[in-house]
Design a protein around this ligand. Sequence first.
Ligand code: DAH
Length: 334
Amino acid sequence: MSFLNEIEPLKQTALTELSAAPDLAALEQTKGAWIGPNGKFTALMKQLGTLSKEEKPAAGKLINAAKVELEAALISRREELELKAALPKEPTDFTLPGRRRALGKLHPLTQVTDDIVRAFRKIGFAVADGPEIEDEYHCFDALNTPADHPARDSQDTFYLNTPDKRLLRTHTSSVQIRVMEKQPPPVRIIVPGRVYRRDNADATHNPTFHQIEGLYVDKNVTVGDLKGTVEFVFRELMGDDVKIRFRPHYFSYTEPSYEIDFTNALVKKMGKDWLEIAGCGMVHPQVFETVGYDPEVWTGWAFGFGIERIAMLRYGINDIRLFYENDGRFLKQF
Ligand code: DAH
């Protein structure tokens, strides 16, 4: 009877020691001390032979059940400790960026914007930013855009119902003013951003789209610099067969002003000779006066073009709305 009474307390002590083993080496030691060839539990089993015929079956059953329990405890503690050993020793910062994206991709418009920004960075341009909810001053007045200009028509522009007549910016040109108000010349910036116009005439227009604005102010800046810069960037983006041409145009904040036409093999494939792609010109002296730059000292150029337009050209897309529908079948292709 005393033998039977020994099993349970021994088992309990063994279980406690196994589950308290602080590491794998300690666990192996504990295992040896209990169920190894010279272990205490093994010794108990060896004593089975000394028991009487009546005692044996009950004691054997009890011991076997206890052994199964001890082995299960050993395995489960070993798994715990192995997992613990595999974890990094230092605490992990899960907010750090991963080495590669586990899931998803950059939107094609983001990819094109990144490429445009990269091209301009190569030649020393910095990225600037401004608000999407603008006031009329920065969107129009400071850009020398008179009150009767069609762009200011409520038919074309999303005005907010506020006393100060704020609006969703119709172009990124407003950021030219904000940057020049804040810093003295020279200036060399690009502004990628979202703009809003009441315009959904066809599948190539949408009431909101994205632009990249450029502004370069220094001494003795010329139209030649402007053309060289635009040509460089478009060749970076679309390949070496790109040709551009300037056509005279009118913008109130530049003089002279141009529209930029673009062509390459893709444009020819679309059955066209040239595609209108941007507006640009030499910054109007009145704009410099307004922001407090001396137009006798400083010269500059500016341009603005649509990012969607370029992405459509680059990927051969004919419906602008595809960019905004978040259809996985479309997005997966980029
Ligand atoms: N803001 C014009 C537009 O939205 C584009 C533009 C034309 C920007 C001439 C400029 C510029 O900076 O000089 O159509």
